[in-house]
Design a protein around this ligand. Structure first.
Ligand code: HCA
Ligand code: CU
Length: 386
């Protein structure tokens, strides 16, 4: 079963230019809890994160059944601090690639193995019942070494390993390989996918297919550079395509829209799930199909994401769509010849204007057609436009 770790409050807060006040963090936490997300990573255990104790207290006291986790490096003082905040899970992190080990720590692989082992042991000894190990830059790490880190994590008592595609260069095939590498360790497996090539959501979904139990996500894909897997995409996919029942789609979308407003982020009209125009359709072939049965060209009903289907009349639209628009405008259905004639004039006008026509313009064209039919001077209205 696929489970989601939201890390908006940890990785998301690392988004350049973004800063959440404590009040905002609480609102986001509450909103996330209402979506049914399985684990909420609330921040980094470091002295620089002054809000963390208050946020942990809020999370623990207001949402007793919502597991929250804390992230930290394999550093004794950070682990000690994390332990005082009583998270359900501690997500430790250690670099796994030679590049990160050498450039950030001047270290080699044995150091990572012993450091991870000691950190897991320390966290467990301090009473944290569930400890996970994150492998930073796993997608550029040696595969044998990744397996060795997994084995050490398991021996030391971790329950989960998290494979981070830190710079977002993995494709679904590599994600499959990385997840499968961990199978022999019998640890639960998580992935943390970045979106540098636009593959974060696909990689996360692929990880589930390859046997991972957990995927990291953030609201609106917030995170370093191009961000992370979007909670809204991954969760909606699990709900709408996999029949997952434990999540709340309206709450999720409402939270995304609110956060977009609060962080002054525009939601582009064609943004998956959230965009206002994703169910607008102007091509004749698609309109014909949709009018016969919306499932021909829609993966789910627009109402499920709080939007509406809109048939636009453009140069490439067809007669079926036009007839439907006339119906919506409460205009009588013309005979086939008149409809054809109106359709041609509609297409010419839309082509001239390089855009779909507004209802008023369609209405006007239909009225002109009626005027021609009824003879010069006739202005008899057919109906008021909606
Ligand atoms: C970062 C670290 C991380 C860690 C992921 C993890 C990454 O870049 O700040 O510990 O699982 O992407 O590697 O977010
Ligand atoms: Cu990250």
């Amino acid at each position: 079963m696929a489970r989601l770790i939201d890390t908006t409050l940890r990785e998301g807060e690392q988004t350049p230019g973004l800063h959440f006040s404590l009040a905002a963090k609480k609102r986001i936490y509450a909103g996330l809890a209402r979506t049914g997300v399985d684990e909420i990573e609330i921040g980094v255990a470091s002295l620089a994160n002054a809000d963390l104790p208050a946020l942990a207290t809020y999370a623990g006291s207001h949402f007793r059944h919502q597991p929250f986790s804390i992230w930290c490096r394999c550093k004794e003082e950070e682990i000690r601090l994390a332990a005082t905040l009583q998270p359900a899970v501690l997500n430790l992190s250690i670099p796994a690639s030679d590049l990160h080990l050498a450039k950030k720590f001047g270290q080699k692989r044995p150091w990572a193995l012993s450091t991870a082992r000691a950190a897991i042991a320390q966290a467990l000894a301090l009473g944290i019942s569930k400890v996970a190990l994150g492998l930073e830059d796993a997608s550029r790490a040696d595969h044998g070494f990744l397996r060795a880190l997994g084995t050490v994590a398991k021996e030391a008592g971790a329950f989960r390993i998290r494979l981070a595609d830190t710079v977002g260069l993995a494709d679904p095939a590599l994600i499959t390989t990385l997840v499968e590498l961990m199978t022999p360790t019998s640890l639960e497996v998580a992935v943390h996918c970045h979106n540098d090539f636009g593959m974060a959501t696909a990689n996360t979904i692929q990880a589930f297919g390859a046997g991972a139990q957990w995927g990291d996500v953030t609201l609106l894909g917030l995170g370093e550079r191009a961000g992370n897997s979007r909670l809204e995409e991954v969760m909606a996919y699990l709900i709408l395509q996999k029949g997952e029942k434990s999540y709340n789609l309206p709450r999720l979308l409402e939270l995304c829209r609110r956060l977009a407003t609060e962080t002054r982020r525009q939601i582009p009209p064609h943004q998956p799930l959230l965009g206002s125009a994703i169910f607008s359709c102007q091509s004749g072939i698609h309109q014909h199909g949709i009018l016969a049965d919306p499932t021909t060209y829609e993966p789910y009903a627009p109402e499920l994401v709080g939007t509406k289907r809109t048939l636009l009349m453009a140069a490439g639209s067809g007669r079926h769509g036009l007839a439907a628009v006339l119906h919506r405008l409460q205009l009588p259905r013309p005979n086939d010849g008149d409809l054809h004639h109106l359709w041609q004039r509609m297409r010419q006008k839309a082509a001239r204007l390089h855009r779909p026509l507004h209802d008023q313009e369609i209405y006007q064209l239909a009225m002109e057609g009626a005027a021609i039919r009824n003879g010069p001077g006739s202005t008899e209205p057919l109906a008021d436009p909606a």
